[in-house]
Design a protein around this ligand. Structure first.
Ligand code: DOR
Ligand code: ZN
Length: 332
């Protein structure tokens, strides 16, 4: 049995820098034709010079694979001149509430003080991507943030806003309420719940932000993804950390999913007998919503089995050591 995906796109990806970037970039560049590159480096990617330099480093690491890194600026107050200069080089701007997750200390402390930048982005057609969590009780952080999305969507009706890596049923429901509100969802939030993270022995490799939620949340996300909900896009949030930062006290948040995304998505969509919807979920929706064309790339998967390694360099992948049914067998 085989299945071919045309130009798969990862709408939310962390590549890091240095040796980690060199290790993980080829794994996404092989399977995907484009990916949105998150800017939460230290210091953050919050100026054009750093962004262009970062892009060069990614291109050097990706080798000969057909792959388009879609660059993001880290949200801060920007002037009109800065945004005009950056416009042609960026896909959008990623907003982190200060301290919400890894390397977000330089994020926004008060959203109502940065509205002039939202207004400029709206005028210039620059998409806004948001890590939507408050600093409340960990299971409620996304739900508590939803009114902020609603307020922004109403106040800036021409601003394209993406709720990044949604994890709750409430977020899925909000999608249909505002025309200019979209969402990405990860692979792991379609599969795991908090039980997998902390219901038995603690599994640091499944710890991420936002934390995995309840079975009913996972079910709502899964149904929306399987139906290729027209406002939902695949964004892996593959977020590698070295093993020393995961298997320790003070474990960093993030799952490294890049190498298993396509095999696991095909497995999931096949199990639910909706393989025909995968193309829209993993490519078509993103290109329609953001009006762009990803480089052409045909990725063929076959049901021949795939033994996942325990490590890639210093990183433990999601599904490490498992035998998966599907494998990528041809890329053209
Ligand atoms: O789990 C996460 N890891 N969530 C994020 O929002 C950031 C990411 C990272 O950069 O490690
Ligand atoms: Zn992320």
């Amino acid at each position: 049995m085989e299945f071919t995906i045309n130009s798969p796109i990862d709408m939310h990806l962390h590549l890091r820098e240095g040796a980690m970037l060199e290790c993980v970039t080829p794994l996404t560049a092989q399977h995907f034709s484009a990916a949105i590159i998150m800017p939460n480096l230290v210091p953050p990617v919050d100026n054009l010079e750093r962004l262009l330099q970062y892009r060069k480093e990614i291109e050097a690491a990706q080798g000969d694979d057909v792959f388009d890194p879609l660059m993001m600026l880290f949200f801060r107050q920007y002037s009109e001149a800065e945004l005009k200069a950056a416009r042609e080089h960026i896909f959008g701007i990623k907003l982190y509430p200060a301290g919400a997750t890894t390397n977000s200390e330089a994020g926004v402390k008060a959203l109502d003080e940065v509205e002039s930048t939202f207004a400029l982005m709206e005028q210039m057609g620059i998409p806004l991507m948001i890590h939507g969590e408050t600093h409340g009780f960990v299971m409620d952080r996304e739900k508590e943030f939803l009114p902020v999305y609603a307020k922004l969507a109403e106040k800036f009706p021409k601003l394209k806003i993406t709720m990044e890596h949604i994890t709750t049923r409430d977020a899925v429901e909000l999608l249909d309420r505002y025309e200019n509100l979209y969402a990405t969802v990860t692979l792991h939030h379609l599969v795991i719940t908090l039980n997998d993270v902390a219901g038995g022995l603690l599994n640091p490799h499944l710890f991420c932000k936002p934390i995995a939620k309840r079975p009913e949340d996972r079910e709502a996300l899964l149904q929306a993804a399987l139906a290729a909900h027209p406002k939902l896009m695949f964004g892996s949030d593959s977020a590698p950390h070295p093993i020393s930062k995961k298997e320790c006290c003070g474990c960093a948040a993030g799952l490294f999913t890049a190498p298993v995304c396509l095999p696991t998505l095909v497995e999931l969509f096949e199990q639910h007998d909706v393989l025909d919807n995968l193309q829209a979920f993993v490519s078509g929706n993103a290109q329609r919503i953001h009006n762009f064309t990803a480089p052409s790339k045909l990725v063929k998967l076959e049901k021949i089995g795939l033994q996942m390694p325990a490590r890639y360099g210093d990183v433990v992948p999601y599904r490490a050591g498992e035998s998966l049914p599907w494998a990528v067998t041809q890329i053209s």
